[in-house]
Design a binder for this molecule. Structure first.
Ligand code: FES
Length: 99
């Protein structure tokens, strides 16, 4: 298994630290593609782990704590939801860019 610069093990398609205990594995649909997530993660965490960094044009996640509103996505047809403040749910549908 490859290691990143911090020595943490991860797969090519999942940037999570392998040794962390997680909730139940679930599935999201992000821009039409299936993405793995774990209960207890935020949408922000799941997107980042999947290598998705760009949201709504060129903006991306900045503060990670609900202040900047730079992480807006559409979740289950509700626009302008903060990815960093929303916990994932199984079969959640996320659109990162509608422009
Ligand atoms: S990253 Fe700042 S509000 Fe979500």
């Amino acid at each position: 298994m490859p290691q990143n610069s911090t020595g943490s093990k991860h797969t090519d398609h999942d940037l999570r630290i392998a040794s962390i205990l997680r909730g139940r594995k679930i599935s999201l649909k992000v821009d039409g593609k299936q993405v793995v997530a774990y209960e207890g993660e935020t949408v922000h965490a799941a997107l980042t782990a999947a290598g998705i960094r760009r949201l709504k044009g060129s903006r991306g996640i900045f503060c990670g704590m609900g202040i900047c509103y730079e992480c807006l996505v559409t979740i289950d047809h509700v626009p302008d939801q903060r990815a960093c403040m929303t916990f994932v749910e199984d079969q959640m549908e996320i659109i990162t860019d509608e422009s």
